[in-house]
Write a protein that binds this ligand. Sequence first.
Ligand code: SF4
Length: 361
Amino acid sequence: MKYLDEYRDPKAARTLAKSIARRVTRPWTIMEICGGQTHAIVRFGIDEMLPDEITLVHGPGCPVCVTPVERIDRALELAARPGVILCSFGDMLRVPGSGRDLLSVKAAGGDVRVVYSPLDAVEVAEKHPDAQVVFFAVGFETTAPANAMAVKEAKRRGLDNFSLLVSHVLVPPAMEAILAADDNRVQGFLAAGHVCTVMGTQAYAPIAARHRVPIVVTGFEPLDLLQGIDMCIAQLEEGRSECENQYVRSVREGGNPAAMSVIEDVFEVADRDWRGLGSIPTSGFRLRADYAAFDADAKFAFADEPTEESTECIAGEILRGVKKPRECPAFGKNCTPEHPLGAPMVSTEGACAAYYKFRNL
Ligand code: SF4
């Protein structure tokens, strides 16, 4: 297949759904990791095509949603400082920190700028030598190469007014944390195809074997998702627990060596806090000592006031697949895209936003 429409063909989708229905003999719960997959599932009604025995739960693969309030508060603190330009992707602007968000800091006079690439933030730094420019580097393995390139480019241009506020997280340790939790209900995973395009698939086979769960690296279009579910159900019904690759048109076992090389040069693996999952060992990136001059955490002093989070928001349970958005009492009532209580309601990859947008309240 060559064109996008072909991956959305209704007839082929119905054929795959029938194949899944023929295989299923008992209940199974499958988690799709990526928020992009969640949005496609809800938007195209993939879950509604499946037999009742299959439950899809939504994982922690929305980078904005898993960014802890402490990191957002640091971004807010920087954005409010005179002489600092805080650059960010647009979907961070409405994410609540402790009592405010980047949009409200901007409205109060903070210099917050939406950029479409971290290299745009490097350009801002070059144009404003008298300001300190900080890029809020939030994301999974997918966005790490571009952020690493931005640091290398800032170094090449000799900029001493550019830095990253790093909040990078890694998928495989989060999957392990979900599987190890007492309330885990996940029996199989659809792994995030774009993460594997960068990092390859080697990290997943040991997790599949250790926890006896099938992991299918899956793409983002309806036929990708249905085929990934079909492959996952086939493994579950046959008692297999392997890493398989549905997204062969993009993912190679060894990933993208050039992208991994630039990540390896700039970042090193570190422990990270996740919203909803807590602290997970070796689950993120931080800048290497060679690039400490570009590390906002090292460059600036922070007050680190106590954090405040909504007591109504159950984002943690949703990000672990324990509950679905409609099980949150605040969904569509106290929490809407206009007045969000948690990141999953405003992020473009948030599960709550997907249900609000596509499942007409
Ligand atoms: S609906 Fe709102 S309050 Fe409920 S979990 Fe989602 S983001 Fe949090």
